[in-house]
Design a protein around this ligand. Structure first.
Ligand code: MD3
Ligand code: FE
Length: 201
């Protein structure tokens, strides 16, 4: 694994996971999942997305970017719940709060191709990921496309931190193992990624 990758299996117990799903359901009334599309091809992602926090990541014909409002409703994103901020404080080793919490929803068959997260200004801050629901096969490589990769299974309640060298490594989700968790009533997987977008003052 690249230096700076930290893995905390079962960081959240079942009760904490259920509480988080309840909070997300409430937030999703204000900020429903939208369908991001690839800038060049216009093809939809198989993952549905929404965001929490002052900034949210969006992708449409115009490109990838962070913005303060939901692309469909035009409303500001709901706040990041305190329980989620607490995870960041516990694992990030970074003194400033995250500005974006991207919520990725993987229904059956959804995946995410290998990519780097490079739309942020502040690469000194790590990305923190919280997995909920069905187990995913997460793939991580090096800083160059085409290098060696390895896989890690991410199960419900697992948290990982991608800092240091790992922050700019290629990564993706090969697939989600249907029926491996009972957390989400309709199955599938939700991943939260917490990010610092701007450099702190
Ligand atoms: C490794 N999400 O939203 S989270 C993404 O499970 C994304 O939904 C995946 O990749 C998911 O961009 C993986 C774990 C993760 C997040 C950010 C990273 C791994 C990372 C940044 C650099 C290296
Ligand atoms: Fe990513």
């Amino acid at each position: 694994m690249p230096a700076g990758f930290k893995y905390f299996p079962a960081f959240l117990d079942r009760q904490a996971q259920e509480a988080l799903v309840d909070l997300l359901r409430q937030a999703m009334v204000e900020a429903p999942f939208f369908m991001p599309i690839m800038p060049r091809t216009g093809r939809p992602f198989s993952v549905r997305m929404t965001n929490l926090g002052p900034l949210g990541w969006v992708s449409d014909r115009a490109g990838y970017r962070y913005q303060a409002t939901h692309p469909d409703t035009g409303k500001p994103w709901p706040p990041i719940p305190e329980e989620v901020m607490a995870v960041w404080r516990a694992v990030s080793d970074y003194p400033h709060p995250p500005e974006a919490c991207l919520v990725n929803y993987y229904r059956e068959g959804a995946k995410m191709g290998l990519h780097r997260d490079a739309d942020e200004e502040d690469f000194a801050a790590p990305v923190v990921s919280i997995s909920l629901g069905d187990t995913a096969i997460f793939r991580i490589g090096g800083p160059e496309r085409g290098g060696k990769t390895e896989t890690v299974k991410l199960a419900s309640g697992d948290v990982c931190v991608l800092g240091g060298q790992a922050r700019l490594c290629y990564h993706g989700i090969d697939r989600v193992l249907t029926g491996t968790s009972t957390l989400l009533k309709d199955g599938g997987r939700i991943n939260l990624t917490l990010r610092r977008v701007r450099k702190p003052e």
